[in-house]
Design a protein. Structure first.
Length: 129
């Protein structure tokens, strides 16, 4: 637990076992995309409730803290705990591998990371995940 990094094979195997256990116990896959959509709907409802009131999806998927929301929070706090236990708590705005290939621009790094997240989230929602 206090190692700087875990083997990706061990981490992948543990994630796979967790997925199998999740499906076995609850009949559901763990995921996060629905939680982000619900959070966006919650924020939009606080700003413009009349717009959200007419959206069929948000009537079905009301903002709530369910197992997926707890999973997202557990990922956040688990990563903070892992960083704390390993002693690796420094923030790296531009990783060395990225800098070697694309340069040291933080704006480029953050813009492409954001766009990559948008593409991944779009794909997850498109796949109903």
């Amino acid at each position: 637990m206090r190692a700087k990094t875990w083997s990706p094979y061990v981490a992948g195997a543990l994630a796979g076992l967790l997925l199998v256990l999740s499906v076995f116990l609850t009949g559901k896959y763990f995921g996060a995309s629905t939680t982000f959509v619900r959070a966006a709907g919650f924020v939009e409802q606080s700003v413009a409730p009349e717009k959200v009131a007419g959206m069929e999806y948000f009537l079905k998927e009301k903002a709530k803290l369910d197992w997926q929301g707890m999973f997202v929070l557990a990922v956040l706090f688990g990563s903070l705990a892992a960083a704390s236990l390993s002693g690796d708590r420094r923030a790296v705005p531009v990783p060395a591998m990225w800098e070697a290939r694309f340069g040291a621009s933080r704006v480029r790094r953050w813009t492409l990371a954001f766009l990559g997240g948008v593409i991944v989230m779009f794909g997850a929602r498109l796949a109903d995940g």
